[in-house]
Design a protein around this ligand. Structure first.
Ligand code: CO8
Length: 258
């Protein structure tokens, strides 16, 4: 078994849990934690009995950014040659739906990690922000791109240019967060949402996530073409036949994830 140092990993039912666990650094993301989160997420993605993944931190911090102390002394050339944090691309490419359950700080790379997930649930103690400008840099794990797509240009520009943190209520109002719950309820709420997703048929979940992803990076015409092909392909799955038969027979479906 893999020995994780910076995360805790657990499968409960059909839900894979990844808990960031570097409390001494407010879960700041270093190379080690990137490697571990990516390994855990891709292992859950490969497991046929996992239908949803939850990523969370502690009540005080989801993740307070990329690890500043690790990056500080590097040159641009070193960052570039090592493709510093490039492996996060594999996290974003996970086919299984991923839920971020955020409490406390989700700053910089922490906010960007949440943005790589499909659903963001927040506790009333959550704070989001891209403070990189104050460090003389900019978001480097997708923040400028995903925030513009998620919030629109003007709100994203304000956050990236000022570095201002927003609380959970504002994050919900601007559409970053699906729902805000009391901190004590966050993990139960994440579990409920994850279970709801994980009991759906896997081929349709993969297709839905892939189509949603295409919406972020294509024209409407390309996206509609992708959606239609994915829709057609699902008619070759056992779960489509079962789902529609169950509807007709007025009984719950029994999906086999094929
Ligand atoms: N990196 C390293 N260590 C951190 C980080 C971080 N991002 N955040 C907190 N820590 C450490 C602190 O240094 C401190 O350690 P120590 O006890 O050894 O001094 C410990 O965690 C606790 O932190 P604080 O004492 O500061 O706790 P407070 O409650 O007083 O403050 C804050 C909490 C406001 C969250 C504060 O810690 C803070 O401002 N942190 C930095 C936030 C930040 O600027 N994040 C952005 C980082 S840059 C980034 O994410 C770029 C991403 C893109 C990279 C892509 C590369 C390709």
């Amino acid at each position: 078994a893999v020995e994780y140092e910076t995360i805790r990993v657990e499968q409960r039912g059909r839900v894979g849990w990844i808990t960031l666990d570097r409390p001494e650094a407010l879960n700041a993301l270093n190379t080690r934690s990137m490697t571990e989160v990516v390994a855990a997420a891709t292992a859950f993605d490969d497991a046929p009995d996992v239908g949803a993944i939850v990523v969370t931190g502690s009540e005080k911090a989801f993740a307070a950014g990329a690890d500043i102390k690790e990056m500080e002394g590097k040159s641009g050339l070193e960052m570039s040659l090592s493709d510093h944090f490039g492996a996060w691309g594999r996290f974003a490419a996970v086919r299984t739906p991923v839920i971020a359950a955020v409490s406390g700080y989700a700053l910089g790379g922490g906010c960007e990690l949440a943005l790589m997930c499909d659903i963001i649930l927040a506790s009333d103690r959550a704070k989001f922000g891209q403070p990189e400008i104050q460090l003389g840099v900019i978001p480097g794990m997708g923040g400028t791109q995903r925030l513009v797509r998620a919030l629109g240009y003007y709100k994203a520009a304000e956050l990236v240019l000022t570095g201002r943190m927003i609380d959970a209520g504002e994050a919900e109002r601007v559409g970053l967060v699906s729902r805000v719950v009391p901190a004590a309820d966050l993990l139960n709420e994440a579990d409920a949402v994850a279970r709801t997703i994980a009991e759906k048929p896997l081929p349709a979940l993969y297709a839905a996530k892939a189509a949603l992803d295409v919406a972020l990076e294509s024209t409407l015409a390309e996206g509609l073409r992708f959606e239609r092909q994915a829709f057609f392909a699902l008619f070759d799955t056992a779960d489509q036949k079962e789902g529609m038969a169950a509807f007709r027979e007025k009984r719950p479906p029994n999906f086999t994830n094929r």
